[in-house]
Ligand binder design. Structure first.
Ligand code: PMP
Length: 406
């Protein structure tokens, strides 16, 4: 866009907050040469196949791990909730926005996560903002993994406490920080499953250190719930450590087929967050359809364990398939499998060539990943068939060879 058109000529524009916007041209440049991989428009439900530009694509860029966003019972629950309660609550939980189904879902989530209480938020991002900023005061320390999700980082930024970061999944580095920071109240916050790397937190070691150094522990299990654990309760269940984790955070935007999030833990802690979490109090409550969908999704997670089993069959097939083709998948061990390709431009090209082959995948470039380690982020669903997955591997083989990655 022409700068002059958006500038007020009568103002002194030597120091303009918009200056950075006029200089940010890379997105336009990538669009012009047809390798801009973001905001692609999908014209169908978020299934193992989606429609883009009228064409069927295999979707390996979705967090719909159990495939529940399109489950008839989940959709029916959402439709019925709209019929009874309408489309929105027009206010905060704190004031007029608490429905009976909000309270029922909190009780259900507390039971499901085997904690005393739970509190539901309107997005997962807001959970981390509200929980961390309300609990970490100016005399407290919050300790996070360097690869923790952006919402955890932002929750730390909003708190008045000190923030310390340790090297990704590096237990020695975590212990160094715990040793050096003794004497102040501390909270360690980790992702259960890391959203780019696809590896699982070394929870037994983290729990042992938290005990040794008298530190509270919170696990963000956005990508673990529904996926890990014998009954799909996530990372803590996977390791048999549910009683050792003080707080578990979850989102509805992955396995739970909706939008929103929750924190589960001790009653008094949840009650405190309920009265001091600003992203909870000063934001409207989750809409009825979203709440009802989550409740139905939890029922299905409990009654259809075969979905999780199928998800792991698919995951193991893809972990093996990528390795056999000679791709670098880093430390992946879950349905999130990054394929590391190298430079950013190569990754952009790679993902667009996959699109031409009928495969929708995501791309992550620096600063989201270290320079030279750009990756194609792939993730799988219980509803992918063997045929889908074979076609994905074929497409990766073709593009990987054409671009000299394998
Ligand atoms: N935590 C993690 C680990 C995530 O991956 C995400 C979303 N990608 C969030 C929190 C935020 O969740 P939501 O999308 O529900 O806001």
């Amino acid at each position: 866009m022409d700068r002059k058109m958006v500038q007020n000529e009568s103002m002194d524009m030597k120091k303009d907050v918009f200056e950075k916007c006029f200089k940010f041209t890379i997105a336009y440049e990538l669009q012009k040469i047809g390798v801009y991989p973001y905001f692609r428009v999908i014209e169908s439900a978020q299934g193992p196949e989606v429609i883009m530009n009228g064409k069927k694509m295999i979707m390996i860029g979705s967090n719909n791990y159990l495939g529940l966003t399109n489950h008839p019972k989940v959709k029916e629950a959402a439709i019925n909730a709209i019929k009874k309660y309408g489309t929105g609550c027009a206010g905060s939980r704190f004031l007029n926005g608490t429905l009976d189904i909000h309270v029922e879902l909190e009780e259900k989530l507390a039971r499901f996560m085997r904690k005393e209480a739970a509190l539901i938020f309107t997005t997962g991002f807001q959970v981390n903002l509200g929980v961390i900023s309300s609990l970490i005061g100016k005399d407290d320390i919050v300790i996070i993994d360097k690869m923790d999700h952006a919402s955890i980082v932002d929750g730390c930024r909003l708190s008045f406490g000190e923030v310390k970061r340790y090297k990704h999944n590096d237990i020695d580095d975590l212990e160094r920080i715990l040793r050096e920071s003794e004497g102040k109240p501390r909270l360690v916050v980790v992702d259960g499953v890391f959203s780019m790397e696809g590896d699982i937190v070394k929870l037994p070691e983290v729990v042992a250190l938290c005990k040794k150094y008298g530190t509270r522990l919170m696990v963000d299990d956005a990508h673990g719930i529904g996926v890990l654990g014998v009954t799909g309760r996530g990372t803590a269940e996977h390791f048999g450590l549910e009683n050792e984790v003080d707080m578990i955070m979850g989102t509805y935007s992955k396995s739970l087929a909706s939008i929103g999030g929750f924190i589960a833990g001790q009653k008094d802690v949840i009650n405190y967050i309920k009265h001091f979490g600003r992203s909870f109090i000063f934001s409207a409550s989750p809409p009825p359809a979203s709440v009802a969908a989550v409740s139905a999704a939890i029922d299905i997670i409990e009654s259809e364990p075969e979905r999780r089993e199928q998800l792991w069959k698919n995951t193991n097939k893809m972990l093996k398939g990528f390795k056999e083709l000679g791709f670098d998948i880093g430390v992946a061990e879950t349905p999130i499998i990054p394929v590391i390709v190298g430079e950013d431009e190569l990754a952009f090209k790679f993902v667009m060539m996959l699109q031409e082959e009928g495969v929708f995948a995501n791309v992550a470039v620096s600063p989201a990943v270290p320079p030279g380690k750009a990756l194609i982020r792939t993730s799988y669903m219980a509803t992918h068939t063997d045929e889908h997955l074979d076609r994905v591997l074929e497409a990766f083989k073709k593009v990987g060879k054409a671009l000299g990655v394998i």
